[in-house]
Design a protein around this ligand. Sequence first.
Ligand code: BV8
Length: 240
Amino acid sequence: MADMPMRNIVILTGAGISAESGLATFRASDGLWEDHRVEDVATPEAYARDPALVHRFYDARRARLHEVEPNAAHLALARLDAEWPGELLIVTQNVDDLHERAGAKRLLHMHGELNSGWCLACDGRFAWVGPMGEEAECKVCAAHGMVRPDIVWFGEMPYDMDRIDEALMNADLFVSIGTSGAVYPAAGFVQTAKYRGAQTLEINLEPSQGSIFFGERRYGPAGLEVPKWVDEMLAGADAE
Ligand code: BV8
């Protein structure tokens, strides 16, 4: 890495960081689930057309969370979060809870979370464990059948965009881990960071769709590459 002090770090993660934990990525399964394209299930239109199908999709993925554990990449990022002296923000596109379970604190889920419900009657959001289905009761207003997965679908505005933009504006280093760079606005973050003069690093199994925008690129499994990178960063921080 260049000699510039890396005080403020923004880390974007995608499905690839959870692959070694056993969670399917979007594109490895060529984006299919029960022969449906994810883009066709993860939309408000799909939910309006066939809520049972969409609930089945998310209930299955929420149940899967109990069968998997954070991997070395999640644990390394949690260690960096705990020990990094400067600003640090992990922006995950993932809706799993593996970053939290690894101990990450400075974290936000820009595409929502499987373990959260959103009531369309009262706009309340609340923790949700187990199947949701079409008759779920809101924990805030007790309305039935108005609770949807608290997930950002295609065509919906991602969460915390102001906070993300501010972090990108102040970043000295932007790191993208385990994402194909296929979905916006997340796929555009590297360009914002680069425009602001940040160093940029991509860690992925293979070049992403945005790999040309990164100043440095490391390819290999996140479980191997991320702990190596974190060790380097913390060794450098100690040396300062
Ligand atoms: C919005 C939650 C606007 C759902 C998700 C045309 C051009 C450009 C943009 C658009 C367009 N048409 C439509 C759009 C916008 C659209 C978009 O970008 N579409 C794409 C398909 C072209 N974006 C949106 O709709 C977004 N909203 O734009 O709103 C707006 C403006 C104003 C007001 C209102 C609205 C919302 C997008 C969010 C959708 N929700 N997730 C759910 O999880 O079910 S997206 C979902 O796919 C993920 O969250 C992630 O964001 C995205 C891509 O997934 P990845 O995480 O990258 O996973 P993927 O499988 O693709 O890649 C995994 C990578 O890991 C691979 O590269 C692989 O090599 C690597 N890997 C695998 N194993 C490992 C590994 N790496 C390391 N180690 C390993 N072991």
